[in-house]
Design a protein around this ligand. Structure first.
Ligand SMILES: Cc1cc2nc3c(=O)[nH]c(=O)nc-3n(C[C@H](O)[C@H](O)[C@H](O)COP(=O)(O)O)c2cc1C
Length: 217
């Protein structure tokens, strides 16, 4: 039995800290075998905000999720196909990024859509966030992603106890979250041992729970 895990990165920086952090989680998720992963960076994509036009409520059709014609159109079917989602964000002003907030708001097509409502039910979700400073809002960021999973009737999972935050994987891109940094190294999160351990644990946990659910039918 093969499972599909889709990673979405809500950073405007391509190949930045949030993206490499997410890659670590996806790598660990694959280590369990029979796992296909895909990573979609939202950087450079046209992801507009939900306009609350309610088109999806009354007019949604098979293959047409939303009234807006932006890059979400090609992402919606990939979400539908996935058994699990890993959503990663940089911490912005103590919460998730605007990019990822636009993305999660657009998932309303899966709670209210005429055709696709309830279609994310029982898919597994894992949250990841990378911040600059310790205590700078990283838990609010992961928790806001967990709230999206709960709203979508998904099943949120977290790193094993003691290996990360209870709300998801949390990484710091400055040294120890102190604000000190090495100018030659733009990917400081890879040096955050606790953070990386959490990302690996989250990836493995997502695979474990997704396989259990899929086997249980
Ligand atoms: C607009 C903006 C707001 C930010 N706000 C916070 C914050 O509140 N707390 C924090 O720890 N880091 C904050 N940061 C720092 C980023 O979270 C951090 O640099 C992160 O590693 C960026 O990830 P990236 O490399 O994927 O872009 C902010 C950065 C930007 C651009």
């Amino acid at each position: 039995m093969e499972i599909n895990i889709l990673g979405i990165c809500g950073s405007p920086i391509k190949g930045g800290n949030a993206e490499v952090f997410l890659k670590e989680a996806l790598k660990a998720a694959e280590s369990g075998g029979s796992v296909k992963t895909e990573l979609i960076p939202l950087a450079g994509k046209d992801i507009r905000d939900c306009r609350h036009c309610n088109w999806c409520v009354t007019k949604q059709e098979e293959g047409k999720f939303c009234a807006q014609n932006d890059d979400m159109a090609e992402i919606f079917p990939r979400i539908l196909k996935a058994d699990a989602l890993l959503l990663a964000t940089p911490v912005y002003i103590g919460r998730l990024s605007g990019y990822l907030a636009c993305f999660t708001d657009r998932l309303r097509v899966f709670t209210h859509g005429k055709v696709y409502r309830g279609k994310l039910r029982n898919k597994v979700g894992g949250a990841l966030a990378v911040g600059w400073q310790r205590g700078g809002g990283i838990e609010t960021a992961t928790f806001s992603i967990v709230l999206a999973f709960l709203t979508l009737e998904m099943i949120p999972v977290a790193p094993d106890f003691g290996l990360g935050s209870p709300f998801g994987a949390t990484g710091l891109s400055s040294q120890g979250g102190t604000g000190k940094f090495d100018r030659t190294d733009k990917l400081g999160v890879l040096k955050d041992e606790f953070g990386i351990r959490g990302a690996h644990s989250l990836g493995k946990r997502v695979t474990e729970v997704t396989k259990l659910l899929k086997a249980g039918g």
